[in-house]
Every structure is written in structure tokens, then in C-alpha cells.
Ligand binder design. Sequence first.
Ligand code: HEM
Length: 138
Amino acid sequence: MKYLLATVFAVAAIATPVFAEEDTPLGKEMDKVNKAVKSVNRAIADPAQKDVNLAKLADAKAAMEKALTLEPAMAKDVPAADKEKFLADYKAAMQESLKTLEELRAAIADGKADEATKAMEKLTKSKKEGHKKFKKED
Ligand code: HEM
């Protein structure tokens, strides 16, 4: 029984870091961005969904603006000498994503489906790049 408990604790200790970033304040904002952007993507060219899409994009924007004020969990692993640059780069990348989100909003507001699709692709690309640089492996 003692060994069983020891094993359970050991496994929990090893497994914890894998899930640790899920509940970070930034992770929560990212989840909001994800939900909003995904539902916009499903109805991106549907004029009947324009107002709903715009409302979702406002949610995504608010969450990304909050994300700008937060630090990636990975920042803790960055050496002190590199931290300032790491955080500045993170903010710049998030600002870029916010700009792309604005392009997406404008395209949808103007009913320009092609431009909206392009902005959505750009957003997906910035997400991938942002995660590669600033998100811990999971
Ligand atoms: C449309 C754009 C984006 C979407 C949909 C998105 C989505 C997500 C999702 C679903 C997670 C996992 C959250 C969880 O673990 O519960 C996440 C985490 C994360 N994302 Fe994004 N993301 C986007 C853009 C970005 C950008 C541009 C950056 C960096 C500049 C970024 C940095 C991060 C980081 C650092 C985490 C890990 C959380 C932490 O370190 O605390 N994301 N994102």
C-alpha cells in the first residue's frame, strides 16, 4: 500500500507540469479567443450571422487585450538576462494578432467574405507562430 501510494504521488508529480499551463490566467483568455474565433470561422461568409460574428470578435478582442497584460507560463523558464526581450516579443506578437483580428472585423463588417477568409488564415498563422515561440510544449 505504501508503495502504491508512493507510485501514485510520483506519477502525479510527473504528470502535473504537462497540464500546468491549462489553468493559467493567459490560458483562460486564450480559451475565450479560441471559442470566439472558431465560431466565427464556421459562419464566416454567412451574411445572416454578421452581427453574431461581430459580437464574437468583440469577445475575442477583449480576451486578447487581457492577454497582452499577462505573461506566458514559459517566461518562468527564460533566463533573467533574456526575459525583458522575451516579454517584449510576446507583446509585439500579440499586438500583431490584435491587428489581424481588426482586419477580420472590418472585412466581416463590410461583408467581404474573401478578405475575411484571408484575415482568418493570417490569424491562424500568427497563432501557430505565437505558440511555437511562447507556449510551453504540451
Ligand atoms: C487566434 C489566435 C489564437 C488562438 C485561437 C489561441 C488559442 C490558444 C489555446 C486554445 C491555448 C490553450 C489554452 C489552455 O491551455 O487552456 C493557448 C495557449 C497559449 N497561447 Fe494562444 N492562441 C492564439 C494566439 C496566440 C498568440 C498570438 C500568442 C503569443 C503572442 C499566444 C500565446 C499563447 C501562450 C503563451 C499559451 C500558453 C498559456 C500560458 O503560457 O499561460 N497565442 N492559445
